[in-house]
Design a protein around this ligand. Structure first.
Ligand code: HEM
Length: 219
């Protein structure tokens, strides 16, 4: 009965075809360094899931942001755990994505025909760093406030357009409710959308091209 139901669904959705293309691929003999792309993917999904739960209680306004985080930590069941995973997952993701990039660089996996995989990777790395930068302000405590003051100040030192960048980042000359609102929007909408789209292209290329093998001495 179950087999018949599955067959009916598969005839219409082509699930076995998707399974064979996405999961049942031939891969060269590789080592643990080749697992870091999948680890990055796992961490992104984990950040997305815990972030969605945090968004249930977090309030992005100067009057309530700090208190809403205190409430998540002390009042919400397992709030401390969800926030802890999101907090440490962020640091971990930056490290893992960076080491994944180093792996593809040192194994020369960016060469033909994987140049576009590398380019989408560059966008992924910059967006991941952007997630860290924008997320850091959200707790709206002293450390967050001053770290963002310094961070935006540094962006403001870019020759010629520095002042413009600083005002775009802050939404004015100083850090304010506008800064918190735009960092929140960028953190939960703009960057996740860019990352999800780029992961889509990145994974399409990994499946289409297959992964590179460990170079041999004669290569
Ligand atoms: C959220 C960030 C990222 C995710 C989820 C991700 C995911 C993956 C996965 C699952 C693979 C296949 C398995 C592997 O080789 O590890 C892969 C391969 C690859 N990635 Fe990434 N990646 C990310 C960031 C980057 C970055 C920052 C770069 C470089 C700037 C990059 C460049 C590449 C290249 C060149 C390959 C092909 C490797 C090969 O064929 O040997 N990726 N990525």
């Amino acid at each position: 009965m179950a087999a018949k139901v599955f067959e009916w669904i598969d005839e219409r959705l082509g699930l076995i075809g998707i399974y064979n293309t996405v999961l049942d691929r031939n891969v060269p003999k590789v080592n643990w360094w080749f697992t870091l792309g999948s680890a990055s993917l796992f961490l992104f999904v984990m950040q997305a899931v815990t972030g969605i739960f945090l968004a249930v209680y977090y309030v992005p306004s100067p009057d309530h942001a700090y208190d809403s985080i205190q409430y998540i930590m002390n009042g919400v069941a397992f709030g401390w755990l969800i926030r802890g995973i999101h907090h440490w997952g962020a640091t971990f993701m930056v490290i893992v994505v960076f080491v994944h990039m180093l792996r593809t660089f040192f194994f020369a996996a960016y060469k033909f025909p994987r140049e576009v995989t590398w380019l989408t990777g560059v966008v992924l790395l910059l967006s991941t760093l952007g997630m860290g930068f924008t997320g850091y302000l959200l707790p709206w405590n002293q450390r967050a406030y001053w770290a963002t003051t310094v961070g935006t100040e540094i962006a403001g030192t870019v020759p010629f357009i520095g002042d413009f960048i600083l005002r775009v980042l802050r939404g004015g000359n100083d850090l304010s409710a506008v800064t918190l609102a735009r960092f929140f929007a960028v953190h939960i909408w703009f960057l996740p959308a860019i990352i999800a789209a780029m992961i889509g292209v990145h994974m399409y290329l990994v499946i289409r091209l297959g992964i590179s093998a460990v170079p041999k001495e004669e290569d």
